[in-house]
Design a protein around this ligand. Sequence first.
Ligand SMILES: NC(=O)C1=CN([C@@H]2O[C@H](COP(=O)(O)OP(=O)(O)OC[C@H]3O[C@@H](n4cnc5c(N)ncnc54)[C@H](OP(=O)(O)O)[C@@H]3O)[C@@H](O)[C@H]2O)C=CC1
Ligand SMILES: CC(C)(CO)C(=O)C(=O)O
Length: 311
Amino acid sequence: MRILVLGAGGTGGYFGGRLAQAGVDVTFLVRPERAATLDHRGLVIRSPLGDARLDVRHVTAATVADAGPFDVVMLSCKAYDLHSALESIDAAVGEDTAVLPILNGLAHFPVLDRRFGPDRIIGGLCVISAAKGPDGEIIHFGNGASITFGERDGLAHGGRCEALATAFARAGVDHRLADDITRDLWAKFSFLTALAGMTCLFRASVGDIVGTDNGRRLMERCYEECLAVARASGHGVPDHARSMAWKTLTAEGSPLTASMLRDLESGQRIEGDHIVGDMLRRAYEASVNAPMLEAAWTHLQAFEARQARTV
Ligand SMILES: NC(=O)C1=CN([C@@H]2O[C@H](COP(=O)(O)OP(=O)(O)OC[C@H]3O[C@@H](n4cnc5c(N)ncnc54)[C@H](OP(=O)(O)O)[C@@H]3O)[C@@H](O)[C@H]2O)C=CC1
Ligand SMILES: CC(C)(CO)C(=O)C(=O)O
């Protein structure tokens, strides 16, 4: 199986790197600056699951056409880069290529469906805390790193998801082939929106928020709003996923924050509109009362307005 990974940042660098490390046929599609770093230093992963320095095959938008087509294109850009990423992968997508996005959120699916046709798009998500460090190294915080994917229509599509599962198994990556990926996507979207909305709003970890007089109650309200949107959309989050999320969102002393807070505090662009803004629009459409999401989204928009003035 030939895999193209768009982006060699926190998620793409980690999961693509693990595949490459195991000898899976992986090529990274990167921008010129990242290509220069990969040439110079290789793909460096610092992780509690094992450090690595890998010489990885890579192309840029200008050269990808010569390397394709691929069996799978794994998309690991931030949502605000989606359109440029799609322009770049166009030449790599052939008749039988599948596209596996691992972005957070849901709003990229209709964009991908329109561009490549729904049959080409696999549902995917990942759970990890990782970022690109100052020297281009992938820093993996914490011990968990898993990827979940599956066919959104439940059909076989030539066994491409099984082939992907084989590749991840070979790389020793914790992975799951989901029987209902849409349900998993909604479960993660609901959890992440509450986590990102709240940790950004209060500029604090879960533990620090729930340790305050009212934090636990506010966290509960925010998560309840997200769950209500999921239910109204016909994708109610199953009990086990809800109780796991709730435990994580209210764990005393937990240092967990969303990657969005890391981005916000380091002055980078954020996926506020793709995550919190999108959930709130869905709340309005479904007539779900969502004051916590309104506060979280107002805060992120105000942050972005100030950020735009200072760059
Ligand atoms: N980081 C995390 O812990 C987690 C992130 N996610 C989600 O995964 C997605 C990706 O996040 P993350 O990996 O952190 O993001 P990063 O910013 O670390 O990595 C994204 C990479 O995509 C590259 N890229 C963007 N546009 C293009 C393009 N047109 N051509 C080539 N490369 C491009 C960027 O390149 P360049 O280096 O040139 O800017 C960057 O290296 C997001 O939706 C995020 O919410 C999900 C779970 C956990
Ligand atoms: C919740 C978490 C850490 C899980 O991967 C995540 O997706 C993020 O912070 O963006």
